[in-house]
Design a protein around this ligand. Structure first.
Ligand SMILES: Nc1ncnc2c1ncn2[C@@H]1O[C@H](COP(=O)(O)OP(=O)(O)O)[C@@H](O)[C@H]1O
Ligand SMILES: [Mg+2]
Length: 371
């Protein structure tokens, strides 16, 4: 398989305009010159796959894409990657060995797209490939790093939303014009893009709703974003905002989900101590560790010493808190925490053990709200 420039590869052609990301492109290009494995992390729908394809499209050597999203447990990982690069199966030998041998001595970029549900298998196989094939570069996309030595992680952030000419609003306008030719942006659009956190997937889904609604109407209904942004997309995982975020939820442990739900009581940014004070009890004893894991999994964003959740993640957490029946309890804890802080106490909240009858429910695995 070769593309129009005669490079070997299997990259899909770009079918929509690519917006912004000049700094990300430069940075990822630089990282790939320095290290063999670069992982793009970030929240659902933020543009990891799109950025990886753009990076690959700008390279002069061959680039291959292996989409791992349909891979269930990693048992067929080497087969999936082999099939993507056009490698024949050899029944007599483990496919991992066949793949590593095939790649040794080759110079190419291999994109492993959507690794977050296969972290362990990906780590093992990428390790084997890179040992055998020093000229291969692997660009992984994952909500969480693979955890290999030498791995360079680049976090893909939402597109900035500042004014009418920012990348998020331009993306919204582009997609809006596909359904409403001549669409022009207004203040309501800028506010809408802000409420959508500048996440490209959410922007695209919202723009599609302009067939039936105005930007102002979308803004009025944004509190119900998961119902609003349920229009049919191309791939199953991205069909709705709920499936995109729900997929992250499924990949969390019950304790991580519980913390995600409880953190939804914080409106803006919060510190680790506040999170521990409001969210800890005997069900969640190690909030700082869990918080770090939620950062690793792109559920929570770290800004220096502070933390924040995108609105879509917070809204999902809030729904989950409702399912758990903990809304009032957490609202009270949050209020007590804020009051005590104002009175100048440092670790204010009285330890509240909650209702023991409810406890087993939140530690039981559950697919998440709306499933
Ligand atoms: N910089 C961008 N410019 C234009 N469209 C983008 C950009 N980033 C993402 N998109 C679009 O937004 C949607 C979600 O992006 P995707 O890369 O699939 O997210 P992720 O892999 O992080 O879940 C896709 O339809 C993609 O084409
Ligand atoms: Mg992706």
């Amino acid at each position: 398989m070769t593309d129009v420039l005669g490079r070997r590869g299997n990259l899909p052609a770009e079918t929509s305009t690519f917006m912004g990301r000049a700094e990300d492109l430069a940075e990822v290009g630089r990282l790939l010159r320095e290290e063999s494995l670069v992982t793009l992390t970030g929240v659902a729908g933020v543009g990891k796959t799109r950025l990886a394809l753009k990076v690959a499209g700008e390279r002069s050597d061959g680039a291959w894409l292996a989409d791992l999203s349909a891979e269930r447990n990693g048992a067929l990982l080497a087969h999936t990657i082999g099939a993507a690069i056009g490698l024949k199966e050899q029944a007599a030998r483990p496919q991992e060995d066949v793949l590593a041998e095939h790649l040794s001595g080759r110079r190419m970029l291999l994109i492993l797209d959507t690794c977050e549900h296969l972290i362990g298998p990906c780590r093992a196989l990428v390790g084997q490939i890179l040992r055998a094939a020093p000229d291969v570069r692997v660009l992984a996309t994952s909500r969480e790093p693979l955890g290999l030595p030498g791995e360079r992680v680049h976090t893909v952030r939402p597109l900035p939303v500042t004014e009418e000419d920012c990348d998020a609003v331009r993306l919204f306008r582009e997609r809006a014009r596909a359904v409403r030719p001549g669409f022009e942006c207004s203040d309501a659009v800028v506010r809408l893009c802000g409420r959508l956190d500048g996440v490209p997937l959410a922007l695209e889904l919202a723009a599609r709703r302009l067939r039936a609604l105005t930007a102002g109407e979308l803004l009025d209904r944004i509190d119900d974003r998961f119902s609003l942004l349920a229009g049919g997309g191309r791939t199953a995982r991205h069909r709705t905002l709920r499936t995109a975020v729900g997929w992250s939820h499924e990949l969390c442990t019950p304790e991580e989900r519980l913390l995600w739900a409880r953190l939804s009581v914080f409106g803006g940014t919060f510190g680790a101590e506040a999170a521990a004070d409001v969210c800890s009890d005997e069900q969640l004893v190690n909030v700082p560790d869990l918080l770090a894991r939620l950062v690793d999994k792109s559920v929570v964003i770290r800004h220096g010493q502070r933390f924040r959740m995108l609105d879509m993640m917070r809204d999902y957490g809030r729904e989950w808190l409702h399912v758990l029946g903990e809304e009032r309890l957490l609202a009270r804890r949050h209020r007590e925490h804020s009051l005590a802080l104002r009175r100048g106490m440092r670790h204010p909240r009285r330890r509240d053990v909650g209702d023991p009858a409810r406890r087993p429910e939140s530690s039981r695995p559950h697919p998440g709200p709306g499933h």
